[in-house]
Design a binder for this molecule. Structure first.
Ligand code: ADP
Ligand code: MG
Length: 366
């Protein structure tokens, strides 16, 4: 399994144009593509932290550029039978939904509609090229994980039970969601109708549960089934718009929020542990420790995982930005750099959080 972790810095919104930009991309060597994100130390503005990624996309990056660079290359692997998983991780307001779903205009379309469009195009080409001896079927599931419970977004809200859908471990070690609906999907139009309807389902819920969408993980699963005679090849592409990674405890101490925060923090923590373990090539991936990583069998299949860290460049996000950079950048390559005297400390030791602690690694405090 391979993993790529990339950062995307969003532009300033119209109402933010007079604000300070404190997050900036950089390259490891002059002339090379950006792989580094820099942000000042909130405790000492003369000092800057650097975080390394596999790629860093600045505010001018279009939806098309991001898709072409980070997702499109994996379509081939998906058709070869590998699973592809794409996460958007970050604080609420940093562009996760923009990156995954995007706007309605063609140029503003996000990763998800572009992925589907690519899958349909490839599927049709394959059927043409094999003169129909290979058939390609696409089915969709769309669900959210809220407070560690699974809810089907393709079903109307009234059908939700308080406990959500149960999970079941299959003989092959995979975890499945019992009773999750699957819809066949013929083309992009089909998909869009279903997707908009399902998202409205989520929006309806949002009016009942304050800011619900930032507190749940939304997972779209695209199952691809290629059949040639007796041979059936199945693979899945999963696109995940994660719950906001901000520390909810700081802003709201209601009991309901605390329960939500604990569930969000735990699952994001396990996710980051899995990503770390996969990128280190570890044998043991702690995917069983949260529902989301279990359902995705993260690290258990041969496949590709792309984590996109969304960042807002503003000072008002500074602490949350630092903590999400700490969680998602490749730990081994984190450097702390003094601007003034060029001292570079490599290999910042990882601190193990206390059980149940919120964020994976505390912001660096020199
Ligand atoms: P999140 O899902 O992480 O809470 P959103 O995707 O809703 O964040 O983004 C917050 C706001 O920023 C939205 O108004 C969105 O349209 C805008 N935005 C985010 N990323 C970009 C971008 N790359 N280009 C233009 N606008 C963006
Ligand atoms: Mg969102």
């Amino acid at each position: 399994m391979s993993v790529r972790v990339v950062a995307r810095i969003r532009p300033l919104l119209e109402e933010e144009l007079d604000k300070d930009i404190i997050v900036r991309p950089d390259s490891a060597e002059p002339g090379k593509p950006n792989t580094i994100v820099k942000i000042p130390n909130p405790k000492n503005e003369a000092e800057e932290f650097s975080f390394a990624f596999n790629g860093v996309y600045d505010r001018s990056t279009s939806q098309e550029t991001l898709f072409t660079a980070e997702v499109q290359p994996h379509l081939k692997s998906l058709f070869q039978g590998f699973d592809v998983t794409i996460f958007a991780y970050g604080v609420t307001g940093t562009g996760k939904t923009h990156t995954m779903r995007g706007g309605l205009k063609l140029a503003e379309r996000g990763v998800i509609p572009r992925l589907l469009s690519g899958v349909f195009r490839r599927g049709k080409k394959m059927m043409r090229d094999t003169q129909g001896s290979t058939t390609v079927r696409v089915t969709l599931s769309y669900y959210e994980i809220y407070n560690d419970k699974v809810f089907d977004l393709l079903e109307p809200l009234e059908k939700r039970t308080a406990s959500g859908l149960p999970l079941r471990a299959e003989a092959n070690g995979r975890t499945v969601v019992c009773g999750l609906s699957e819809r066949a999907c013929e083309d992009l139009k089909d998909f869009e109708k279903m997707y908009i309807e399902a998202n409205n389902n989520r929006v309806t819920a949002a009016t009942k549960l304050n800011a619900h969408s930032s507190r749940s993980h939304a997972i779209l699963r695209v199952k691809l089934t290629q059949t040639t005679g007796d041979t059936v090849r199945e693979s899945t592409a999963s696109a995940i718009d994660l719950a906001g990674s901000e520390d909810n405890r700081r802003t709201d101490n209601g009991k309901e929020r605390l329960v939500e925060s604990a569930a969000i923090n735990k699952s994001l923590f396990v996710l980051s542990q899995c990503i770390d373990a996969i990128s280190r090539g570890d044998k043991r991936i702690p995917y069983r420790e949260s529902k989301m990583t279990r359902i995705l069998s993260l690290g258990q299949n041969k496949g590709i995982t792309v984590m996109i860290l969304n960042l807002a460049p503003l000072r008002s996000y500074q602490l949350d930005t630092l903590s999400s950079l700490n969680v998602s950048s490749r730990a081994k390559r984190i450097e702390v750099r003094e601007i003034e005297n060029e001292v570079v400390f490599k290999q910042v030791p990882r601190t193990k959080p206390a059980p149940g602690a919120g964020v994976a690694r505390q912001p660096l405090r020199p």
